[in-house]
Design a protein around this ligand. Structure first.
Ligand SMILES: [Zn+2]
Length: 362
């Protein structure tokens, strides 16, 4: 009996050494511990032994079973580890391999510069306000001191939502004069809307799209972005305007910008002036873009005309808020134009061309 056990142990150890896979190990387990395995027949034989012999042989047989179980379990752990390692090797991850690049968009150059402009004016205490793009004749013209017969209306070719003089039978044509709708030609109407709803002092900027019915070329488009500014309080003067605009330009162009004011005419300001800046292309030495003058026209501005305050319900004669020395300055500047100067873009039409070769540069 004991010889049988020694033989079983020896052959088990040999087969265990040879088992190289988990499958092979399972076969070994069944061959020795299974219901019809080597140990099962040993225990069958044990029953037939006389009692004194059975006790000792039984202890030995049980010891052998425990040893086999322990050895199998140790080998199983070992094989599992090896198989996991080889599986890992097969699906090795190459961390140096280039990844798949995600396509990512970015803000349009006009959006970018608008945000920059807003940030600069916000830091100087200006609030940002918006108004409708489909505006009434009253807010676009009349309230800004441009009555229907005023020649200044011809300064802007206007997109009427329906032709006010034509045979148009649409809803818009039936509206009263002043209430007819048009695509705003400037952002100045936002000033009136804001002044109607607020009391002085005020300090606002109004960025937004404006529309002109005109032929397009490198510097004209039927649609562009404009930013309107208005500051009204006691003792506001052209000096305040110069300081605000000088600060704005220096921060936007990130360099000291020379500016000069030239007398001009706008119906809604008195006095009115054009603001020129030293050419950003040649720094004032003269080039083809500034026509050798060293100066570029930048914006229209002026001190707000009293009629505009009155149209908004701010009457200097009756209002306690507005007394002597009350004044305001206003300005309007093309955002497209600022972007062209800052980024040296030669053609305004590029902004709305949808050309990725252009847009990807920003
Ligand atoms: Zn120049």
């Amino acid at each position: 009996m004991l010889e049988d056990l020694a033989r079983i142990r020896a052959s088990f150890e040999k087969e265990l050494r040879e088992a190289a896979t988990l499958d092979a190990l399972e076969h070994v387990r069944v061959a020795y511990l299974g219901r019809k395995g080597a140990l099962a027949s040993v225990f069958d034989t044990l029953k037939t032994l006389p009692p004194e012999e059975r006790k000792h042989a039984g202890e030995e047989a049980n010891q052998l079973r425990r040893d086999i179980e322990t050895s199998l379990s140790e080998k199983r752990t070992l094989l599992e580890l090896t198989e996991r390692e080889s599986a890992l090797k097969k699906e090795r991850l190459d961390v140096t391999r280039p990844g798949v690049r995600q396509e990512r968009g970015h803000a349009h150059p006009l959006t970018k510069i608008t945000r920059e402009i807003i940030a600069i004016f916000s830091a100087m205490g200006f609030a940002v306000v918006e108004g409708p793009e489909a505006e009434t004749e009253y807010y676009n013209f009349d309230a800004l001191n441009i009555p229907p017969d005023h020649p200044a209306r011809d300064m802007w070719d206007t997109f009427w939502i329906s032709d006010p003089k034509g045979e148009d039978k649409t809803q818009n044509a039936k509206r009263k004069t002043g209430e007819r709708l048009l695509l705003r030609t400037h952002t100045s109407p936002v000033q009136i809307r804001y002044m109607e709803a607020h009391q002085p002092p005020i300090q606002i900027i109004a960025p937004g799209r404006v529309y002109r019915y005109e032929a397009t070329d490198a510097s004209h488009d039927i649609q562009f972005m404009q930013i309107e500014g208005l500051m009204a309080d006691k003792n506001i003067s052209v000096a305040n305007f110069k300081a605000v605009i000088q600060t704005f330009l220096s921060q936007l162009f990130e360099t000291k910008i020379e500016m000069r004011l030239r007398p001009s005419y706008f119906p809604f300001t008195e006095p009115s002036f054009e603001v020129d800046i030293s050419c950003t292309y040649c720094r004032g030495t003269g080039c083809s873009i500034c026509k050798q003058s060293g100066w570029l026209e930048l914006m229209g501005a002026g001190m707000v005309h009293p009629h505009v305050f009155k149209a908004a319900g701010w009457n200097p004669k009756t209002s306690k808020m507005i007394g002597d020395h009350f004044a305001g300055f206003a300005f309007g500047v093309g955002i497209d134009r600022l972007a062209m100067m800052k980024y040296k873009i030669p053609d305004i039409r590029l902004f709305r061309s949808g050309d990725l070769r252009f847009l990807k540069q920003f």
